[in-house]
Design a protein around this ligand. Structure first.
Ligand code: ZN
Ligand code: ZN
Length: 301
């Protein structure tokens, strides 16, 4: 029988890659036959973590070449493999809102915690399976990435103890220091094209009948990114979405600005209580797309 594929969302981030690797390992240790794969190559931040913990990037797939799959870090079809409807989902580990309908019974472990890696840390404990140090390092990296070093409002009381324990297993002496290096590795944007910038961490959503594309990029200097605004806007327009919001997040000061292109400027302004100036919206204190960008849009539209 073919292996069950374990994978995260399109435009993979560190949590998606690390959690696929960790979940696959856990499943194999508990009597399953799985392979961790990814819907894309690792971004610079994830590659930093993979290099640091001497782990190969998972094989890239665009559709599942098996009958059974396990989803991590996503559950919406729009963020999954092209042939999701043709395969059986046997399990989901996720921390996003649910937009999933199942035709067969399946394992679902969903908790509103900071990262899927956090959820998996407790799953390992529950199953009494030891976490190998390299995988622990990747899981620690995933928690750091998704919670912006425990500073994002998505952070819960479960994330810090998991991060501390995983850092210990991985031999990370100072996780703040490692975490800053990891996050900074993802902010070297100079070599990336405008298209890559807006697509690198973009997700599609249907919000109030609008086809929304929401991209996000981490930086240590928002103005530096905005110096490329005209190129960024041209890239956003060329993708042809009804509404495109590109969120630029300052990981050091936990603030964002967003470039918006679409025909719902007034609704966007009231959703965030902020005026658009030259297509740019000021989003003080906003760092989380999931918790601080999508919900106000859903409420307003
Ligand atoms: Zn993710
Ligand atoms: Zn995640």
């Amino acid at each position: 029988m073919a292996k069950t594929l374990v994978f995260g969302h399109k435009n993979p981030d560190t949590d998606t890659i690390a959690s696929a690797i960790a979940a696959s390992y856990l499943l194999n240790e508990t009597g399953n036959d799985t392979e961790a794969v990814a819907q894309g190559t690792p971004n610079a931040e994830t590659q930093f973590a993979l290099d640091y913990f001497a782990t190969a990037a998972p094989r890239v797939v665009s559709s599942a070449d098996t009958d059974t799959v396990v989803l991590v870090d996503h559950n919406e079809a729009a963020q999954s493999v092209d042939n999701l409807a043709d395969v059986t989902v046997t399990g989901i580990y996720d921390h996003h809102k649910f937009a999933f309908t199942n035709s067969t019974p399946l394992y679902i472990t969903a908790k509103p915690w900071g990262s899927v890696a956090t959820i998996l840390y407790y799953e390992f404990k529950q199953a009494d399976v030891e976490i190998p140090s390299k995988i622990a390092g990747l899981m620690a990296s995933a928690i750091i990435s998704d919670t912006l070093l425990l500073k994002s409002p998505t952070t819960t009381t479960y994330d810090k103890p998991a991060l501390e324990e995983l850092a210990k297993i991985a031999g990370i002496e100072d996780y703040e220091k490692y975490g800053l290096a990891l996050l900074k590795a993802g902010t070297d944007l100079s070599s990336r094209t405008d298209k890559d910038l807006i697509d690198g961490d973009a997700k599609s959503f249907e919000i109030g009948g609008h086809q929304f594309r929401i991209g996000q990029v981490n930086t240590v200097d928002i103005d530096d990114v905005l110096s490329r605004q005209s190129g960024i806007e041209a890239a956003m327009l060329s993708e042809g979405y009804e509404d495109f919001l590109f969120v630029i997040t300052d990981i050091l000061n936990s603030n964002s600005k967003a470039v918006y292109l679409g025909d719902a400027a007034e609704t966007i302004e009231s959703a965030f209580g902020s005026k658009l100036a030259n297509n740019v919206l000021d989003l003080p204190g906003v760092v989380s797309r999931k918790k601080q960008v999508v919900p106000p849009l859903e409420k307003q539209f």
